[in-house]
Design a protein around this ligand. Structure first.
Ligand code: ADP
Ligand code: ZN
Ligand code: MG
Length: 479
């Protein structure tokens, strides 16, 4: 037996925190990083008698997510209580949506990666739980309830993903859509995007799915890919040895060990004793409401790419590269607007800026070069103050210090020399120092002029304007 004999079946359940101002059922701020247990009130603490009030903006963002994933938006939707005990859940139940989720079936296209698509089963609104921090040794476990009732959207795919790579591609695309539409910042490090992975193997040709196991504790998309690939082999080994997977398990991914470990047997939905939350009315979502949300949708990646091509005149390759990340696209557009040359802006962002981001592991809004500074730098190349080499040097310098391009170019002595009198003296000196090259040029070897120009560039420490040097050289030798 080998993996060739099986289809891998994967479904993902992704929780994203929504970018609302306040929590989903109370007026506490939806913020991150406040002092523990300060962003709370009687409602999100579940004190007796406190009543939830649904947040309209959470609905707007849920509808928005449905629109960008091509989902049917429910006209009737309601909230249910999912009952369980855990110290981060003071009410003893989570308000979620059981049988009438806000979004029904949809589909996410993987156009910008490998192609193909992933079906969406449903997406529903719910509240987050608090956060337990397990200390080591004697320090015990600490509970922070600030996260209680932060709005979440849980997005459930159909079991249509067939590899770790496809799961990875789907997550990249999902994150891109949700960030573009300003639904969630999808920052895994802050826990605003969390993924559970369901995996099973099915002998090729058989109809019914195999028993799935659920993976938790996946802190990056790369971990998701690795965990699926590990789990494929682990399940294959079980089948090879004649065993079966007869109980659904929840397993934890251990990234250091590169393996999954049993966490617990999975609960059935019956164990949660779902019932309609009597404190919240059902909601009707009208066509007008959906239209209003549609009208307010921010520009998505594909239309933005098309606009970069048609309105800014960028090559398709550049446009594709620039729209991969929403913040990068916005940053680029700002530079293009300020310097008035979209292609130049694209060359710099796709070249020096991407290199800088890769090397510094920074996100684009954290680097010391602002769109204004890059536009100023580009302007210095446009008016002949800097040649390309010097401009690249200057870029590196201000990337470290965040200084103003013009002042820094002066300080570093990078200002290009275009003055013909000054350059003519240098070219004459170069001609004298390179008789062989001069001889070659006279014999029709045009390439030999490179040696003379190179000499002048070196002597001027890269500051000479190569165009002007060439012109003078021609004049002196042929004129
Ligand atoms: P549960 O009741 O265990 O929560 P669901 O039917 O709600 O299961 O599905 C949860 C997720 O698991 C979905 O993303 C679904 O696509 C996926 N899934 C369902 N069956 C399988 C299977 N046999 N193998 C892999 N994934 C599956
Ligand atoms: Zn509250
Ligand atoms: Mg489920």
């Amino acid at each position: 037996m080998s993996l060739e004999d099986f289809d891998t079946v994967v479904g993902l359940e992704t929780h994203v925190q929504l970018l609302t101002k306040t929590k989903i059922f109370c007026a506490c701020p939806n913020s991150y990083g406040a002092e523990p247990n300060t962003a709370v009130c009687p409602t999100c603490l579940g004190l007796p008698g406190a009543l939830p009030v649904a947040n309209r903006q959470a609905f707007n963002l849920g509808i928005r997510a449905g629109l960008v994933m091509g989902c049917k938006i429910a006209s009737f939707t309601k909230f249910d209580r999912k009952n369980y005990f855990y110290p981060d859940l003071p009410k003893g139940y989570q308000i979620s949506q059981f049988d009438f989720p806000i979004c029904g079936e949809g589909r996410v296209e993987l156009k910008m990666s490998g192609g193909g698509s992933v079906g969406i089963e449903r997406a529903h609104l719910e509240e987050d739980a608090g956060k337990n921090t397990h200390g080591d040794g004697d320090s015990g476990t600490l509970v922070d309830l600030n996260r209680c009732s932060i709005p979440l959207l849980e997005i459930v795919t159909k079991p249509e993903i067939n590899s770790g790579q496809m799961a990875y591609d789907y997550l990249v695309e999902l994150k891109r859509l949700l960030r573009y539409a300003e639904i969630s910042d999808c920052d895994m490090e802050k826990g605003s995007l969390r993924v559970d992975v369901n995996v099973s193997l099915k002998p090729k040709g058989r109809q019914e799915f195999g028993t799935k196991i659920e993976l938790k504790n996946l802190n990056s998309f790369k971990m998701v890919r690795r965990a699926i690939e590990f789990e494929q082999l682990r399940q294959l080994a079980i089948y090879e040895s004649g065993g079966t997977i007869d109980k659904e398990e929840t397993r934890l991914w251990d990234d250091l060990a590169g393996e999954t470990r049993l966490m617990r047997r999975k609960e059935d939905s019956a164990d949660y004793r779902y019932f309609p939350d009597p404190d919240l009315p059902p909601f009707h979502i009208s066509e007008e409401w959906i239209d209003e949300v549609r009208r307010n949708l921010p520009e998505l990646p594909a239309p933005k790419r098309d606009r970069f091509i048609s309105a800014l005149g960028l090559p398709e390759y550049d446009a594709n590269l620039l729209v991969q990340d929403r913040d990068v696209a916005a940053w680029f557009e700002e530079v293009a607007k300020l310097c008035g040359d979209a292609k130049q802006a694209s060359n710099w962002v796709g070249g020096e800026v991407f290199t800088l981001l890769n090397e510094s592991h920074c996100s684009i809004n954290d680097i010391k070069i602002t769109p204004q500074r890059l536009a100023d730098l580009i302007a210095l190349t446009q008016d002949g103050t800097l040649n390309l080499k010097s401009a690249q040097k200057l870029f590196k310098a201000i990337a470290e210090t965040g200084e103003e391009p013009k002042a820094k170019a002066k300080a570093l002595g990078l200002i290009q020399v275009s003055d013909e009198g000054e350059l003519e003296a240098m070219v004459k000196a170069a001609i004298e120092a390179n008789p062989k090259a001069v001889e070659d040029i006279k014999n029709g070897k045009g390439k030999a002029s490179g040696a003379i120009v190179g000499f002048v560039m070196r002597e001027s420490k890269g500051r000479a304007n190569p165009g002007v040097v060439n012109k003078i050289l021609n004049k002196l030798l042929n004129g």
